[in-house]
Design a protein around this ligand. Sequence first.
Ligand code: CMC
Length: 426
Amino acid sequence: MTDILQIRHPASATERDLVITDATIRAPELRQFVIDGEPLATYDPGFMNTASCRSSITYIDGDAGILEYRGYPIAELAEKSTFLEVAWLLLNGELPNPKQLADWESLITEHRMLPDKLKTLLAGFPYDAHPMSILMASTAAFYSFYPDARNFTDPQARALNIARLIGKMPTLAAFAYRKGKARPYVNPDDSYGYCHNFLQMLFKQAERRYVADPRLVRAVEVLFILHADHEQNCSTNAVRSVASSGNDLYTCTSAGVGALHGPLHGGANEAVLRMLREIGSVDRVPEFIEGVKAGRVRMMGFGHRVYKNYDPRAMIIKKAVDDVFEVTGVNPLLEIAQELEKYGLTDDYFVRRRLYPNVDFYSGLIYEALGFPPEMFTVLFAVPRSAGWAAQYQEFITDPENKIARPKQIYTGYRARGYVGMDDRG
Ligand code: CMC
């Protein structure tokens, strides 16, 4: 039986049945009601209750604290998979078999190098440029090097550009980092896997061969898996929105990087570290909490639009913190973070609003222990998220229901005013 929602508008004596599918109604059907001469619409700043697409990539149940990629629980993927396996899964819907994985890994390896001229672009940035600004500009510039990316309806061209993007993101991130440190660039080394190669491009110095502790490589792998996708968040929505006007993957990725950079989204882990440093010691935590409750500051790394329970990614990262600190020694800020979390999980202010630690609460501590400066944290989010953006981009491009993004507005300004000549303006 078709499930329907019956809506009645007494003033115009209109009654309509709206079909409910997947617990949603089609917003355009509301136009059947005409209110004061205007077709009825919904008002939903921030898309609090609006589905913008159908997607089969990532599932989240925010109340239960569940996150799955293509149906696989995130904890199992973080424990058993590599990042490239997960990237394949996001893009293709299934885990790769050994041959598919080997081919995929060698394809990504093949596309790790940056175009030579991109280095000229990098050289033009100020020495203290934020690496996210470099990433945004450089991902946009990729389109100049690979204009066939506009040929996105051709599956082969699309696959090639997705591999290019995922292959080049770590190299770009590492070059942006080394530029800030005035260190010479280290090219990709084909004998390393994705994450180990990333670390060697970042941290190799005078040694002949850089070898990272396998526990640190695994920690990066886990962090990359956890950050690979997160359904229709702010940056993914930006990617899909920019794609909707017929854009290539690189232009869309640049939009995603820009959206991710904000402190309410991917920039939160950088903000967490700043917050922990400003608090400075455990005995100052109560005073900070009072500031949060009085609305003077936000507790960064806490709260989430979707999770009204412990973010499952935060739970996994918390475990990874111990593994990393075993190698690097404990970050003294951990104690402050743990004290904050204690308040967060027990204080009425946080409990009533269902605010829990999110993915960013502990990730910054790991990144710092690995030797990254705070401005690199969001870059470390953007690198793996490129896989999710690519999967979401591909899903959008191949969605027969896709449409250019064009929300409505409620106009609140003047109408049809008489023009005021220059002499008559006060
Ligand atoms: N500290 C203190 N109060 C908070 C916080 C926080 N971190 N987050 C939400 N609140 C309060 C907020 O003041 C509001 O209270 P009231 O009802 O009294 O006005 C209530 O909780 C609901 O907050 P909201 O801002 O309406 O919720 P939202 O869904 O629009 O915002 C959020 C979600 C993530 C932007 C917000 O929780 C936040 O600003 N958190 C801190 C930044 C952060 O950690 N962001 C990373 C998100 S996870 C990574 C990612 O996926 O991008």
